[in-house]
Design a protein around this ligand. Sequence first.
Ligand code: 8YV
Length: 321
Amino acid sequence: MKKKVVVFSQIDNEILMRLEQQYHVVQINPKKGDINQQILEESRDADGMIGAGRRLNESNLKHAEKLKIISSVSVGYDNYDVSYLNQKHIWLTHTPHVLTETTADLAFTLLMSAARKVPSLDAWMKQGQWSRTAGPEQFGVDIYGKTLGIIGLGSIGAAIARRGFYGFNMNVLYHNRHEKLEIAEQFKAEFCSLDDLLSRSDFVVIAVDLNAASKSLIGARELQLMQPHAVLVNISRGSVVDEKALIDALKSRSIFAAGLDVYEKEPLQASELFELDNAVTLPHVGSATAQTRKRMAELAYENLVDALEGRQPRYAVKKAD
Ligand code: 8YV
């Protein structure tokens, strides 16, 4: 009898076809009703699950007596109750490395778009507003040679540092739970306290994992430390930043702008952020290129098959951060 695999989000079609050839595949379908109820029911006799963007924990996995693996098509795993999965001896795997450069590209896309007011000037021009040479209202801020502060010097943070140091001759600061001397020396990056980084940086990029230490890391106090010409970029998780405090900082122009790819609540269909000309907002697309998402899906497929065939999957998450 074929093993059962539950696909709990949209995944690459070719990978889906491969899974359907090998296993009995059931897809969670938002159109069929409550997603958590579907996960609760379909996970009862599931051997494996694959997908991303859904919270999976005891509340919707409590009947999953046969489950051997959850293969996440993501590098972040804050959606999963890692302790519970460990306790139930269920593998949790993720897809690191393959999305690093693509996500770092997106971080710089947001940094440059926010610095040079790209979305608002594009809209302004398309409304026929361009009647004379650009003036102070249209001015952005310089990037080349400025100070780039990276919160979280993991693989994505390091890729962002590389872009700033080599591509824009930027002076790199970083804040991390521990110093990362070998990585930092590649970019002459200076390890500093969070407050020091926030007060000295022209650009602050948040690239941390979401965990107990990073939740609400950036609130009103931290935003007040930033310079009025400074830009905040968040490509980590929305809950790292107090969104209301950020909106207040943008409204009062105590910071120049923000470039955001993640939000406290996702998907986000209405927000005061959408009314602000100094907020550049993207819909959690850090890894969202065809090539990268395919590589992620291929990695997630390999992790799933390894676990279902009794092998140690390559990218198992051992414990919550
Ligand atoms: C995922 C991400 O696509 O990999 C991650 O952690 O944030 C994105 O690449 C997203 O988590 C899917 O919901």
